[in-house]
Design a protein around this ligand. Structure first.
Ligand code: SP5
Ligand code: ZN
Length: 350
């Protein structure tokens, strides 16, 4: 088995907010640089992957096929704002139904129109990092298009699946997986299977009315956990694309057996859709020791999940989403790939 291309860019380090908010308290920012670097170093030692630092070919015009030009303009305007504060700005006021008519070019007003939560602050280089991250996913799509690699892993950071056409939040700015999907549509129908602990609300919104892209997400029941407003089973696609969105919400406490049953259900739906390629937004925040998780997946579970995905007999692009048990992320990624590649013998802990 030739090594899996691992697409990486050091640009993610340009985005390094100091803190986030939790129940009114200021806590260290969980979506840290170390997340990506620990996966990178563990996988490089495993010999399962070969790192590539691709040149980005992603233009703003191509991004505008996924995100609104107005939100992209706002993102670009943030490159000069961080300095007067502590390096990062956070949203202050959110546009809700009662504020529909109040629109100005003031930075705070723009921020509150697109951002839906407190988890996506901006520093001067956040936009650069996000643009580069989406570029990795696009480069991953190119590798699949070349048909030389059946599996590609884009080590994207910041993550992307909470970013919609003109909304963002949840540590996300640009929807990396969606950008890759749009680049892959010349191949035919595309399926996106989101395995992050949280619902992929942004991806769902982007392809809601698109019959060419099936979006599937397995996640914690949004009635119990973030992002609360999206991710319910009755959300099944828009008027022009009925049945092309599948949400599989699972209750807190979900363990491997129930998780694998949900995964098999999702894989059947993908099979029926007959896509030409599958994109896998992969979060390790389903792990039992993840600070956000209520699921009970042990580290070995990821080998079983990877093995289950062997049933996907078509080009597969893995796109990194969440996962915040930083010291374990390398192990979880290695277990996942070992299951996917059917490499025998799970690695030891640590
Ligand atoms: C990509 C990704 O995994 N984004 C996740 C972003 C949201 N994370 C914060 C969830 C916080 C839930 N807090 C519940 C506290 C209740 N008191
Ligand atoms: Zn998540």
């Amino acid at each position: 088995m030739s090594p899996i291309p691992l697409l990486y860019s050091p640009d993610h380090k340009l985005h390094d907010p100091p803190f986030e908010h939790e129940n009114g308290l200021t806590v260290p920012f969980r979506e840290s640089l170390a997340r990506i670097e620990t996966i990178r170093s563990r996988l490089s030692r495993s010999g399962l992957t070969q790192e590539i630092q691709p040149a980005s070919s992603l233009t703003l015009a191509e991004l505008a096929r996924t995100h609104s030009p107005a939100m992209l303009e706002f993102f670009q305007s943030t490159a000069v704002l961080g300095k007067p504060f502590h390096g990062y700005v956070y949203p202050e006021v959110f546009l809700t139904r009662s504020g529909r008519f109040a629109q100005s070019n003031h930075f705070a007003n723009q921020y509150g129109q697109y951002c839906f939560d407190l988890y996506s602050p901006f520093g001067n280089s956040t936009w650069a990092a996000a643009y580069s991250s989406a570029g990795l996913a696009a480069a991953g799509a190119d590798l699949l298009l070349s048909r030389e690699n059946p599996v590609v892993y884009a080590l994207t950071r910041p993550p992307g699946h909470h970013a919609g056409p003109d909304t963002f939040g949840g540590y996300c700015y640009l929807n990396n997986a969606a950008v890759a999907a749009r680049r892959l549509t010349p191949l035919g129908r595309i399926a996106i299977l989101d395995l992050d602990y949280h619902h992929g609300n942004g991806t769902q919104a982007i392809f809601w009315d698109d019959p060419q892209v099936l979006t599937v997400s397995i996640h914690v029941d949004p009635a119990c956990d973030y992002p609360y407003y999206w991710g319910y089973a009755h959300e099944t696609g828009g008027l022009h694309a009925p049945g092309t969105n599948l949400n599989v919400p699972l209750p807190p406490g979900t363990a491997l057996e129930e998780y694998l049953a949900a995964l098999k259900h999702a894989l059947h739906a993908i099979d029926r859709f007959q896509p030409a390629a599958v994109i896998l937004p992969l979060g390790f925040d389903t792990f039992i020791n993840d600070p956000f998780s209520t699921f009970k997946l042990e580290s070995e579970a990821y080998a079983h999940i990877g093995a289950c995905l062997r049933a996907v007999d078509m080009p597969l692009l893995i796109v990194q989403e969440g996962g915040y048990a930083t010291r374990k992320l390398g192990l979880l990624a290695e277990n996942f790939l070992k299951g996917l590649l059917q490499v025998s013998g799970l690695p030891s802990q640590g």
